[in-house]
Design a protein around this ligand. Structure first.
Ligand SMILES: NC(=O)c1ccc[n+]([C@@H]2O[C@H](COP(=O)([O-])OP(=O)(O)OC[C@H]3O[C@@H](n4cnc5c(N)ncnc54)[C@H](O)[C@@H]3O)[C@@H](O)[C@H]2O)c1
Length: 319
């Protein structure tokens, strides 16, 4: 029975929501994070709790991973360098952390007799899709070093399942959004639009805004990850985790403008970004079959909830 889990990258955006849920469900939780992208405040409600342990360390470091795995029987491996742009600027670092780090955590997990290993992969492994919705057997042609690193790590997970009997599951997350998503030059389009609207500026769209993405709320992603811990059928598989809905960037900007209630602001189109794909949308049939996964939050509802939580958080920080 799984009673103690390790979440690598647990101080990050998705990882910290997963930690909240696991703590709520009564698991013992260890977080391994080097705080290169994550924040201590994302874990503040758990620090000092008896069934919570924080290991500040690096997934590339054998001793750090060994110590984080003590008594653990399942791993959620989320730690990664996540920025596509950064991966173009520094592909070696991304390879070291995302591939080398994953290999290190896999090897130590086998040594520590871990049962289940859930890997946070990405829709970036597909590259420009030949068709949507994208099912897991769609060809993988990543268009960035980041996408290559996520795909290489998936292959290691599969081999570790077949060769060492570690129960690995790879979840291909689509565009995840929600509270605690990082703001900054490398953050996702939703965070950037919110930042721009907060400053009273129009959202800046790269290209004409007809490009589409599958935006999935972090609560749905966490629910999918929990299913991957419990389902027997999913072992050895790669599975999409998205919303199953295709939304254009123009539509996203319009939804946010409406939610902000700002008059007279229209999105502004600028030069398309090199390497951006034109469409994306997850086929969720496999997730439904193997994980009984069903996303619950619509984009409008999820964004509204995210904005309300942000305002609450900002009020608390200021007060
Ligand atoms: N956010 C998305 O839309 C999305 C989509 C697809 C896949 N993913 C995957 O989900 C996972 C989590 O992403 P996120 O959006 O929460 O990003 P994030 O940057 O918020 O979280 C990543 C965490 O990993 C930690 N980390 C980075 N390098 C580390 C290292 N060497 N050792 C230990 N910890 C390290 C960071 O400090 C951070 O807390 C990643 O594996 C990412 O590739 C995310």
């Amino acid at each position: 029975m799984v009673d103690k889990v390790l979440v690598t990258g647990g101080a990050g955006f998705i990882g910290s929501h997963l930690v909240d849920r696991l703590m709520n469900e009564g698991f013992g939780v260890v977080v391994l994070d080097d705080f290169s992208g994550g924040k201590r405040e994302n874990l503040s409600s758990h620090l000092g709790e008896p069934n919570f342990c924080l290991v500040e360390g690096d997934v590339r470091n054998e001793a750090d991973v060994k110590s984080a795995l003590e008594g653990v029987n399942a791993v959620f491996h989320l730690a990664a360098t996540v920025s596509v742009d950064l991966s173009v600027k520094n592909p070696l670092l991304v390879n070291e952390v995302n591939v080398g780090g994953t290999l290190n955590v896999l090897r130590e997990s086998v040594r520590a007799d871990v049962k289940r290993f859930v890997y946070a992969s990405s829709c970036a492994v597909y590259g420009e899709p030949a068709h949507v919705p994208i099912s897991e057997d769609h060809p993988t042609k990543p268009t960035s070093p980041y996408g290559v690193s996520k795909l290489a790590a998936e292959h290691y997970c599969k081999v570790f399942c077949e060769v060492y009997g570690l129960e690995t599951v790879c979840l291909r997350f689509f565009n995840v959004y929600g509270p605690r998503q990082s703001m900054g030059p490398y953050s996702g389009v939703i965070s950037q639009f919110i930042e721009q609207l907060k400053r009273g500026k129009p959202p800046v769209i790269f290209g004409d805004g007809t490009q589409t993405r599958d935006f999935v709320h972090v609560d749905d992603v966490v629910a999918g990850a929990l299913c991957a811990l419990n389902s027997e059928e999913c072992v050895g598989n790669v599975i999409n985790v998205g919303s199953g809905k295709e939304t254009s960037i123009k539509k996203l900007a319009d939804i946010l403008i409406t939610l902000f209630g700002v008059q007279g602001i229209k999105p502004r189109c600028s030069t398309p970004r090199a390497g951006d794909i034109s469409r994306s949308c997850a086929d969720l049939s496999k997730a439904e079959r193997l994980l009984e996964y069903k996303p619950r939050l619509s984009l409008k509802k999820g964004l509204k909830q995210m904005l309300i939580e942000q305002v609450k958080h900002e009020n608390v920080s200021e007060g």
